[in-house]
Design a protein around this ligand. Structure first.
Ligand code: AMP
Ligand code: ZN
Length: 140
């Protein structure tokens, strides 16, 4: 399986590593939205947010907050986006789960301005009901 992030973990490919422990690694995104844009990934290969086990996600969240503090302190942005793209339609291009930590500035090139919809009549409740029916406390 070809995976650029697995290559980085195995040191077959170079990266500007910010932090590493036994299960998580963080490095700078090679094509940043803004300088200091970082990625945080599990060392085990999982495709996306839906397939990563909760215990691994907990480890990643902890490191993601740690790196976010460091970026905030060192780069002093106006804000931060912490995001994960899941699936090609959502903009995922590397299919090894990752969080992006993107330092944001009032005047930067990143636009995220959707045309927002309105729910018609009671359809908000219908959407809530079909989603609620799928909520189960399953995996740990
Ligand atoms: P996504 O599009 O959400 O899957 O994000 C993948 C990110 O990985 C993109 O922002 C790429 O710029 C970044 N990326 C791809 N290859 C590398 C690499 N070799 N080193 C660092 N970042 C990379
Ligand atoms: Zn991988």
């Amino acid at each position: 399986m070809d995976c650029i992030f697995c290559d980085i973990i195995e040191k077959k490919s170079k990266a500007e590593v910010l932090f590493e422990n036994k299960s998580v690694i963080s490095f700078l995104d090679i094509r940043p939205v803004n300088y200091g844009h970082a990625l945080v990934i599990p060392k085990n290969h999982y495709i996306d947010f839906l397939s990563i086990p909760l215990i691994e996600l907990n480890n990643i969240i902890e490191v993601t907050q740690k790196i976010s503090y460091a970026i905030n302190k060192s780069i002093n942005p106006d804000g931060l986006n912490v995001i994960t793209n899941n699936g090609q339609a959502a903009g995922q291009s590397v299919f090894h789960f990752h969080f992006h930590i993107i330092p944001r500035f009032y005047k930067d090139s990143f636009t995220f301005k959707p045309v927002l919809k309105n729910y018609e009549r009671d359809s908000i409740t219908e959407f809530a009901e079909i989603i609620r029916s799928e909520i189960k406390l399953e995996r740990v």
